[in-house]
Each structure stands twice: as structure tokens, then as C-alpha cells.
Design a protein around this ligand. Structure first.
Ligand code: HEC
Ligand code: HEC
Length: 371
């Protein structure tokens, strides 16, 4: 049980006992103390009519004092006073103890907690502020003025994902420890390690020093704090931070994001991208380009060693033997025209497909590189 409650209960009880004791002391004192002789006792005599009247003794005879002995009475009184005073002091001591623990010990303890909290809040605010400054300098170009990334209605060209969103905000997920941890880890790890994207698109760079980036752990943490604890006002401040940073444009950093352009791919890289991650001409829906993985469509050959093993079917072998240097171009342009009934569709734009001859030539470069 709480120490304060015990102290309060004991002092209250003692106070009641003290009051009762005083009541008793006053009452008892009255009953033991002899009545003061008034002198009237002497003539308080009753005579019956016609009775022989005895003359009162002409001398005053002091009445023999009744027990208890007045000395004894006063000694008892002293003891009672002492006891009462003791109890009174005890009550004061207990009440004092009660308030001491309530206001001094407690208040001190909570002040400490309060101080910790203030210190923590201060530290957090500082971390958010530093994260905001880092963001304004490093993340602005891809994730945008207010952290909306590609969801920024005015800048659909931004490559970054939204960071200023409900699902990342501490206040929204603090009630779910699992989610909180997962979100924190996702943000931290993505900033530390980045996220490589296919060639021809913009990747999220790795920022941690251990991954070859410029930021130490504390700076990464500051960015995480900013993303999770930053208020709308903090996000709105990003542009202000850039306005007050030294830069080239009119003495400050540019106020519009300038995301890096995706690299223009050529040759084998372009062919690889068109072959492996092109949603309109998805060769991978039928073929495998990895020698160790079978094709999705069994009739479609694995092209993982095409550079050394092609051509594969008789039609193409014959065309190559006949001296057709462009046998593969013609095949990809319009395979059904060479081998009627085949599952592989025509890809050339002239045959209703989605690939230009330039693109098909890049694909061929890639296929020839698969040794
Ligand atoms: C060169 C452009 C670029 C820069 C600069 C950049 N990012 Fe990114 N960031 C991206 C791209 C692109 C993605 C999306 C990757 C994907 O599609 O999965 C991304 C994703 C993220 C994600 C994951 C979001 C999610 O919902 O999964 C976080 C967190 C992130 N970036 C934080 C940052 C921070 C913090 C900075 C500044 C230190 C930064 N980024 C700078 C391009 C960038
Ligand atoms: C709908 C399935 C399908 C798709 C999509 C497809 N192919 Fe094919 N492809 C086939 C089939 C089936 C064959 C086997 C033809 C035969 O010999 O019977 C083939 C054969 C080939 C061959 C071998 C030709 C030779 O030398 O004998 C090449 C090369 C090829 N495809 C390239 C591609 C490329 C590049 C793409 C994407 C632009 C693609 N294919 C998309 C089904 C597909």
C-alpha cells in the first residue's frame, strides 16, 4: 500500500484518539476532583418540626479530606498532560511526514521525470529540426517540397515515394508497437541502404556511410525523426530552409525540385530493359533468360545462352544459312509470319506491336550478349 495513505490513516486515527482522550481527561478530572468547600455545608441541616435542636458546634471543624489524595490527583494530571502532549506531537509529526512525502519526495521525483521528458522533447525537437535541414538539402529533389514525392499533384515527375504521409507518422501508429517498429525499420533501412531500381529508372540512393553514402547513424536517425515526428509546419519549412541556404540561384538553393533524369539507355542495357522489364512487350511471360530457370511457357525456349546457341528453330537456322543477316530482326518483328501458328506474337509497330526497329535491334544486342 502507498506510504502516504498509511501515514494519513494513522494520523487521522491518532487524532481521533487524541480528541477522545482529551474528552475523557476533562470528564475524569471533574469526577475525581473534590468539590471546593463553600461553607454552606455547615448550615445544611434539616430539622423536623418539634425536634430537639442540637446547637451547631461553635467551632469550624475542617472535614477530613476524602480520598484520593490531592497530591496523587495532580500527579495523574501531569501524566495525562504529558500523554496528551505526546499524542499531539505525534499527530503533528505524522501530518508533517505526510506532507513531506507528498510534496517534497513526490514532487521531486516527478520533477525529475518531468525534467527527463522536457530533455527528451527538446532532443527530439532538435533531431526533427536537423532532419528537416538534411531533407531540404539531400532529399528535396526527388521527394519534393513537402515530402509528397510522386503524389505531389504539381510535380508528377518526381521519382521519390511520398514520405510525408499518415502511415509514417508516429502519432498515427504509436498504439501499434509492431507497426511502429516495422515502419521505423523500413524508413531507417531504406535511407541507409537505398533501393536499387531497374536500369532506366531512378533509384533511391544509399545514404549511410557503411553503404558508401555521406550520412552517419545520427544523421540517418534525424531524418527518421523528421519523417515520423515532423509536423505540417516542419514540412512547410523545407522551402524556407532552402531559401536561407547558400546556393547558386539568387543566393539560395533552387526552390523547385530538380530530380535527376533517368539515364538514357543504349545498346545492351536498353535491350536488357526492354526484354526483362518492359510491361508492353513482356518477353518474360513466355521465355526465361536465365539458363538455370525453365521458361514459363514450356514451348518457348530458354534464351539464356542465345548468343552461343541461337538460332534454335529450323526456320531461323535456314534463314541464317541462306545469308539473312537480319533473320532475328525479322523473327521478333513478326514471328507468326515466319512460323505460322506460333504462340509468339508480332512485336513490330508495323505489324501492330509496340516495338520500333531501334528497340528490337537493342533487344537483339542483348540476346547476342547472352553467352
Ligand atoms: C535520386 C532521387 C532520390 C533521392 C535524392 C532520395 N530518394 Fe528516397 N526514394 C527515391 C525513390 C525512387 C524511392 C522509391 C523506391 C521504390 O520505388 O521502392 C525512394 C524511397 C524512399 C523511401 C521509402 C518510402 C517507402 O514508402 O517505401 C524513403 C524512406 C526515402 N526514400 C527516404 C529518402 C530520404 C530521407 C532522402 C534524403 C536523404 C531520400 N529518400 C533521397 C529516390 C530518392
Ligand atoms: C506468348 C509467348 C511468347 C512471347 C511473349 C515471346 N515469345 Fe519468343 N518464342 C515463343 C515460342 C513459343 C517460341 C518457340 C518458337 C518455335 O520454335 O516453335 C519462341 C521463340 C523465340 C526465339 C527463338 C528463335 C530461334 O532462334 O529459334 C527468340 C529469339 C524469341 N522467341 C525472342 C523473343 C523476344 C525477344 C520476345 C519479347 C520481345 C519474345 N520472344 C516473346 C513464345 C513467345
Amino acid at each position: 500500500m502507498d506510504l502516504n495513505t498509511v501515514l494519513a490513516a494513522v494520523s487521522l486515527l491518532l487524532f481521533v484518539v487524541l480528541v477522545a482522550f482529551f474528552g475523557f481527561a476533562v470528564f475524569h478530572q471533574q469526577s475525581v476532583e473534590p468539590r471546593e468547600p463553600s461553607g454552606a455545608e455547615l448550615i445544611e441541616q434539616h430539622y423536623a418540626p418539634g425536634a430537639t435542636i442540637e446547637q451547631p458546634t461553635p467551632y469550624y471543624v475542617a472535614p477530613v479530606p476524602a480520598a484520593p489524595d490531592p497530591l496523587e490527583i495532580s500527579a495523574n494530571l501531569d501524566r495525562k498532560i504529558l500523554l496528551g502532549a505526546g499524542m499531539l506531537f505525534a499527530v503533528f509529526a505524522l501530518v508533517g511526514g505526510y506532507f513531506f512525502t507528498l510534496f517534497i519526495v513526490r514532487a521531486d521525483a516527478s520533477t525529475e521525470r518531468w525534467r527527463d521528458k522536457v530533455a527528451y522533447q527538446h532532443q527530439l525537437a532538435q533531431s526533427v529540426e536537423r532532419g528537416r535541414n538534411l531533407y531540404a538539402n539531400l532529399c528535396f529533389d526527388c521527394h519534393g517540397k513537402t515530402g509528397l514525392g510522386s503524389t505531389d499533384p504539381s510535380r508528377k515527375d518526381l521519382p521519390g515515394l511520398p514520405l510525408n504521409k499518415a502511415a509514417f507518422k508516429y502519432d498515427n501508429i504509436k498504439g501499434d508497437p509492431v507497426k511502429l517498429k516495422a515502419t521505423q525499420d523500413l524508413i531507417t533501412l531504406t535511407i541507409e541502404r537505398g533501393r536499387p531500381k531497374p536500369p532506366g529508372t531512378i533509384s533511391m540512393p544509399a545514404w549511410s556511410i557503411t553503404e558508401g553514402g555521406p550520412l552517419n547513424d545520427e544523421q540517418v536517425q534525424q531524418l527518421v525523426s523528421f519523417i515520423m515526428y515532423g509536423s505540417d509546419a516542419d514540412w512547410a519549412d523545407i522551402v524556407t530552409v532552402r531559401l536561407h541556404s547558400d546556393g547558386t540561384e539568387d543566393g539560395h538553393l533552387p526552390l523547385e525540385p530538380n530530380p535527376p533524369k533517368p539515364p538514357v539507355l543504349t545498346g545492351i542495357e536498353l535491350g536488357k530493359q526492354l526484354t526483362l522489364s518492359n510491361p508492353t512487350a513482356a518477353c518474360v511471360t513466355c521465355h526465361s533468360f536465365d539458363p538455370n530457370t525453365p521458361s514459363t511457357l514450356p514451348q518457348a525456349p530458354n534464351l539464356g545462352h542465345y548468343g552461343t546457341e541461337g538460332p534454335l528453330n529450323d526456320e531461323n537456322k535456314a534463314r541464317k544459312a541462306a545469308g539473312d543477316a537480319d533473320y532475328l530482326l525479322h523473327w521478333i518483328q513478326n514471328a507468326p509470319s515466319i512460323k505460322p501458328g506460333i504462340a509468339m506474337p508480332a512485336f513490330s509497330t508495323s505489324a501492330g506491336g509496340s516495338l520500333s526497329d531501334e528497340q528490337i535491334k537493342a533487344i537483339i544486342e542483348y540476346l547476342q550478349s547472352l553467352k
